[in-house]
Design a protein around this ligand. Sequence first.
Ligand code: TXA
Ligand code: MG
Length: 334
Amino acid sequence: MDITTRIIPVDRDDPDPAVIEDAARVLRAGGLVAFATETVYGLGADATNPEALAGIFAAKGRPPSNPLIVHADGMEMARSCVTDWTEDADTLARSFWPGPLTLVLPRSRMIPDLVTAGRDTVGVRVPEPMVARRLITALGRPIAAPSANRSNRISPTRASHVANDLNGRIALILDSGMTTVGLESTVVVVRSRPPRILRPGPISTRDLRRVLNNRPVEEDKCLHETGTPSSPGQGPVHYAPRTKAVRVDPSGLSELSLPGPSGLLYFDRYDPPSTPRFYRRFLMGTPEVAAGTLYTALHELDALGLSLIVVVPPPDRPEWRAVRDRLWRATTPL
Ligand code: TXA
Ligand code: MG
């Protein structure tokens, strides 16, 4: 696989229609286009074209058992992807779309097997950025898009991250700058009651319950709570940097001997020791800041060729759940 990857800048607030049409043409021809959503960059293909979908799995090196999320430009297109639009789906979609929430529902006949990895359900969401929605509208069909990284690597929050991973393997990258939310969407099953969270994300359990009249919402255990993945493609090797990355309790850090220049990620009110061996430090003081900078920080640390990345995880509290889930995938215990 060696094709020329074009990278085209596009204004996030005022995208050039000619660029959008160019990208839609690539998608119509079965090609792959990476574009920014509010969470991470997605690697898009026409969700109704099995050959194009197969291209996603090939470019990423993604196992075919891992289903793809389908992106729609609005409620109407999203509903055409599913058969059973439940009352809860309607409430959640009206409350959080466009936004970082994926709803898992029974799929319609429009959605090929490759999208769902053979399941009878499909994950669907309406992304917020104008570039993403204009592209879907220009194609006139939903776009299937996993995160635009090679399988088991860190999700991309900038076009350069996509290029580093997928250059020569995809036709086009639309560069509209850094993503705003920074962490993958919350995935919720809404085919029956109560709704169940498969992947924690920017929309929290509390957010969901607030719009569901405080009815219960089930949560699959996160990786950091059980050590086992909760939904397909959520295996423990996901999102890992190439540099060895370990997680350490605050109390363990003083005993840790660093093999050489290292990176440090820490959260909340933790006060780290001041050894010069921590060549680069990132403090992420709130869950929102952490979501917005975690992948960017990991990409930056990985590019420095350090001997170790040390993570002191944030406390086990509900507001940190999504960040802890991703940290547990990116690190091993010391
Ligand atoms: O924010 C996001 O969700 C980003 C952007 C690009 O939209 N996409 C993303 O896709 O994170 P990906 O492929 O990296 O993760 C998709 C995950 C799957 O691994 C699986 O856990 C879940 O979504 N998923 C998708 N369809 C599903 C289904 N039918 N049943 C259960 N889980 C599903
Ligand atoms: Mg991914």
